[in-house]
Structures are given as C-alpha cells and as structure tokens.
Design a protein around this ligand. Structure first.
Ligand SMILES: Nc1ncnc2c1ncn2[C@@H]1O[C@H](COP(=O)(O)OP(=O)(O)OP(=O)(O)O)[C@@H](O)[C@H]1O
Length: 217
C-alpha cells in the first residue's frame, strides 16, 4: 500500500516561540518503492519519519496509508495501526541482549498475537545464526535481525532511520540492497532516512529536506 504525507507542518515549542521542523511537506511513496530522505542535520528528517510513523501528530496536514487517512485517530487505534501496518527500523538495532536472533522475531509476533516467522531470518541471510545472541553478531548482522523483526508482521509501510551509520561501506550497501529487495517483494511503501548519499543508486525517489522544506531536484 502507498504512503502519502500531504502538506505536513510540524512545529515544536522553542522558548516562547515555535520552531517549524516541517513546513508544508508533501511526500508520496507508492507501494513496492523506496524513497530516500536526505538533508543536513536538523533539516527535519527524523521529524518526518516520526509523523509518518504516527508517533508525532502534525500541526496540520494529512497522513494517508493505503488510501485511509490515519492522523487524528485515537491513541489505541494508532497503536493497533502501528503494530499491524508499520515497521520501524531504528539507527541502532535495539535488540534484547538475552534473546537469540530467532527469539527476537518471536517476541514481536507474540506481542501482536501472530505466528512467529523464523523463516524471515533466512530471507535476510541469517538462517545459520538463528541461535546467536546480539553480542555474538556483527553490526551488520544485528541490523539484519532488526530489519527481519520490522518485517515480521508484513507491514504496509517500512520506516528506516539511518540504517547504515554504524556499518562500513560494503555492509551498508548490502543493507540498503536488502531493504530495497524486501520492499519490492512485499509491496511495502518504504521511507529511508540517510545522511549517506553513496548508497542511493537503487532507490526509486530521493527527497531532499532543507530547513523543513522539500527542495525540488
Ligand atoms: N522534541 C523537540 N523539541 C524541540 N525541537 C525539536 C525536537 N525534535 C527536533 N527538534 C528540532 O527540529 C528540527 C528538526 O529536527 P530533526 O531531528 O527532525 O532533524 P534531522 O534532519 O533528523 O537531524 P539529524 O540528521 O541531526 O538527526 C531541528 O531544528 C531540531 O532541533
């Protein structure tokens, strides 16, 4: 399903004024495609991801997933929507230290009451490492578990924040390739926030944010 952000404006309190983090931002991400969001520090990339994740409510504008407007829904409806439809991959894989790779996935699917899917580990190339705990995995392998975990519930929207920042170039490129492949395979609408423009050759759209506005390219 597609993701659309329509005229999103977001401000934060800033002393006795408001700081405009996103200024009438439009973004359309068709199903099965990856949109990279680039821009300098403080340009609003994380804010955009937080709005798309329905974690932060914008001052104005609409968030539309698969044709349904989702901003403005109540808290429990948004929690259910996030569990069901939105996968989030954070910069640092926040895996639970005591659990094996397979267990990290099972915990997610139990939380949502769905069947565990350790086969996902095979999809991300970790079938032989299912029994390892996070400290027994490399940074790139941990990020793969993180991605597999975000995909457990087959989300319609995948939001990825700086997935390569802790990785060397080759491992970073492999992670972007993996995200792109899974996006195509599952028909996900994927937004990938990154500082690093060197990996962007394979993505479908690159959006540059400057001071909270989309700069046309
Ligand atoms: N909770 C907050 N309260 C007040 N201001 C905030 C808050 N979060 C972000 N900001 C401000 O909003 C603007 C956009 O921040 P945001 O984190 O979205 O940028 P970014 O592009 O993700 O930056 P970076 O690349 O450094 O992570 C910045 O000026 C930041 O200082």
């Amino acid at each position: 399903m597609s993701l659309t952000l329509d005229a999103i404006t977001l401000t934060y309190p800033d002393g006795d004024r408001r700081l405009t983090a996103l200024d009438a931002v439009d973004l359309h991400v068709p199903a099965g495609t990856v949109t990279a969001v680039v821009g300098p520090s403080g340009s609003g990339k994380s804010s955009l991801l937080a709005v798309a994740a329905t974690l932060v409510r914008p001052d104005s504008g609409r968030v539309v997933i698969g044709g349904d407007r989702v901003d403005g829904r109540g808290r429990s409806a948004l929690t259910a929507l996030r569990r069901r439809s939105i996968g989030i991959v954070f910069q640092q894989p926040n895996l639970l230290p005591a659990l094996t790779a397979a267990e990290q996935l099972r915990v997610m699917s139990h939380l949502d009451g769905r069947r565990g899917d350790a086969a996902l580990l095979a999809e991300v190339g970790l079938e032989d490492l299912a029994h390892r705990r996070p400290h027994q995995l490399s940074g790139g392998q941990r990020q793969r578990v993180n991605i597999a975990r975000a995909l457990v519930n087959r989300p319609q929207v995948l939001l990825v924040d700086e997935p390569t920042s802790a990785l060397d170039h080759a491992r970073g490129a492999a992670i972007i390739d993996l995200i792109t492949a899974k996006t195509r395979e599952h028909g996900t609408a994927t937004v990938l926030v990154t500082h690093d423009r060197t990996h962007l050759a394979g993505v479908d759209q690159v959006v540059e944010l400057v001071d909270g506005r989309v700069r046309s390219r």
